[in-house]
Design a protein. Structure first.
Lengths: 291, 319
């Protein structure tokens, strides 16, 4: 809610999300790469500087890999849905001193309309993404598998893969499914011996849990929030275990995945009392502080 | 005469905002110097009796309304909560001076000068208080201001302030000449500081951009503008610390981080940057304590903790 105009339709903007126009490759290793990129796309930890500290991820501007017509960041946006990526607020490298916000492109639109050629043979997409991460957003050097994954994910987005429905409800199941995908990507990267990428995947899973938590803010849901935080704590411990190359990490992640299903059931049972309920969300949006 | 003095006092307060970040800090903080500890060394978590940020804003508001006793009362709450903040002591000094309590003003400005010996508004306020008490030590403050102005010539950002404040103190020392003394320049009455509701926020956003452009002096000036609007806000103090760290003044940076954490012990940005300062000064143990604190605060993870983790792993700033 932080980066949207005050008069935005809360149901259309926050209770629903665009559907994802993603076609996963059939080959397992290629599919893992897309999953790595998909998870990296969804966590601020990929980026750095002010953007990451404000909780901005790639997905903030490109919801479900598309665009975001309601994105409005003070000092960076002009009209809603625009961003000046050469503003010094986000970047120590690329500030050009010119206020020139541009419309956020739809990454799932026709490839020909996008600024950067995506064909692997052109070798343009990876350097472009690298510049985005490390210069436009001051992020740390991404692990090679993360950079490859981001490029693979963007390439796998296509208008031809768009579902018939343009949007879908944002639910606990929707966000927990993302968290599980990220944890599975972490398992895949651990199997390949890539600890830094696995740590980032777990960071992405934690980000998703945080998005659930913020909608269970009602005091009557405190017990469920505590369960969510316990699940997050286990992922934080898993990150430490990955960093330490602990042999128990495989079992730990498998156990987390198994436990996520009953957690989802408990959360879903109280979903109507949370801000996943569009009516309650609308009420809360009306209580937004001015400015 | 009363009107003129009020104008001069207002200039002192506004100057406080305009120049605070350029020069505040710098003095010894007493315990807890660089490298002397981590979380255990921080201000307590029990929280102040008053919200210092709110009291600071209240004091500025009362001062602007010429309600000097109310301003002093609120400023006293700030100094009680954040006794190592030179900004707070300067504000208290100005409020006491507005109330014609020059003895109390002198005490407050003395504390401000002790905490921030290079800050010009503190010296100007102290000079004004001493002059009104007919204390010959006012000459010392005038000499200090003039020497500073001479060193700076017209090249430093405080050039105009230094000249105006020298004139102000000199005028207070020689009341007969006051009527002929020119009023402080318009720049001191700073519309940026008490401008529209967006003035402070705009100044803050500008400051962050300036930091990213490595224009630290300008960023500090802009942060001072934001501070005049918002008061002692931990976000602003954190960036003041960051700018000073980038300028290489680690002791002053630490003062700002500690002030930010006194206001908000759970301020994630202040903890991160304080941890980075610890790494820069070779106190990896202190940095690790701060990282542990961040990990505890950052439910669902945060980029701040990951950045500090990188610093600690490398033992220096990541390139």
């Amino acid at each position: 809610m932080r980066w949207a105009p005050a008069d935005v339709d809360p149901v259309a903007t926050f209770a629903r999300a665009p559907t994802e126009c993603l076609r996963l490759p059939a080959e397992a290793r290629a599919a893992l790469s897309v999953e790595v990129g998909r998870a990296a796309f969804r966590t601020p930890v990929l980026l750095g500087g002010q953007a990451a500290r404000a909780g901005v991820a790639c997905e903030t501007c490109h919801k479900a890999g598309r665009s975001n017509p309601t994105f409005l960041f003070p000092g960076v946006s002009g009209a809603p849905g625009t961003a000046d990526v050469t503003d010094s607020l986000f970047s120590t490298h690329r500030g050009d001193g010119i206020d020139n916000p541009k419309p956020i492109p739809d990454l799932s639109g026709p490839k020909a309309k996008l600024k950067i050629a995506q064909a692997p043979a052109d070798h343009k997409l990876e350097p472009f993404i690298h510049g985005l991460v490390t210069e436009e957003f001051d992020g740390p050097e991404p692990a090679p598998a993360v950079l490859d994954g981001l490029a693979a994910y963007v390439r796998a987005l296509s208008p031809a893969a768009c579902p018939k429905a343009a949007s879908q409800p944002v639910t606990v199941a929707y966000l927990l499914a993302d968290a599980r995908r990220a944890v599975r990507a972490a398992q895949g990267e651990m199997a390949l011996g890539d600890a830094p990428t696995a740590v980032l995947m777990l960071a992405s899973a934690r980000t998703r849990l945080g998005l659930i938590d913020e909608r269970y803010a009602d005091p009557g849901l405190a017990a469920l929030r505590a369960q969510l935080r316990a699940a997050d704590h286990r992922l934080a411990e898993a990150q430490d275990a990955v960093r330490a190359h602990s042999p128990s990490i495989g079992a730990d992640l498998a156990a987390w995945l198994a436990a996520s299903h009953p957690l989802e059931a408990r959360l879903a049972a109280r979903e109507p009392a949370s801000l996943f309920n569009p009516a309650l969300l609308t009420q809360a949006a009306r209580r937004r502080l001015p400015g | 005469m009363k009107t003129l003095r009020t104008v001069l006092l207002a200039a002192a307060v506004i100057g406080l905002g305009a120049t605070t970040a350029l020069a505040s800090g710098g003095g010894s903080m007493g315990s807890g110097g660089a490298g002397s500890g981590g979380v255990s060394n921080m201000p307590g978590n029990s929280g102040p009796q008053y919200d210092p940020a709110a009291e600071y804003a209240k004091a500025v508001s009362a001062f602007k309304a010429k309600q000097y006793r109310d301003a002093a009362r609120a400023a006293q709450h700030v100094t009680d909560a954040v006794p190592k903040s030179p900004d707070a002591w300067r504000l208290l000094g100005a409020a006491k001076a507005g109330d014609n309590d020059w003895k109390a003003a002198r005490r407050a400005y003395e504390r401000a000068v002790k905490l921030a010996p290079d800050e010009i508004t503190g010296h100007a306020g102290l000079g004004m208080a001493l002059a009104n008490l007919k204390d010959p030590k006012a000459q010392d403050e005038l000499t200090w201001l003039k020497a500073k102005a001479q060193t700076c010539a017209d090249a430093c950002p405080d050039a105009a302030n230094l000249k105006a404040m020298s004139v102000m103190v000199e005028g207070a020392m020689t009341p007969a000449a006051t009527a002929a003394t020119p009023k402080p320049s318009a720049s001191l009455s700073g519309p940026m500081l008490f401008g529209g509701p967006m003035a402070g926020e705009g100044a803050y956003v500008t400051a962050v951009s300036l930091i990213n452009q490595k224009r630290y002096d300008e960023a500090l000036a802009s942060l001072a503008g934001a501070q005049a609007k918002f008061g002692l806000h931990p976000d602003i103090l954190t960036y003041e610390g960051y700018a000073w760290r980038k300028k290489g003044d680690y002791a002053r940076a630490e003062q700002f981080y500690r002030q930010a954490l006194a206001l908000d012990p759970a301020h994630i940005g202040a903890i991160e940057y304080y941890g980075e300062l610890k790494v820069a000064t070779g106190d990896l143990g202190g940095a690790k304590k701060l990282l542990a604190r961040l990990d505890g605060l950052c439910t669902y993870g945060c980029a701040d903790a990951e950045e500090l983790r990188r610093w600690i792993a490398l033992g220096h700033e990541p390139q």
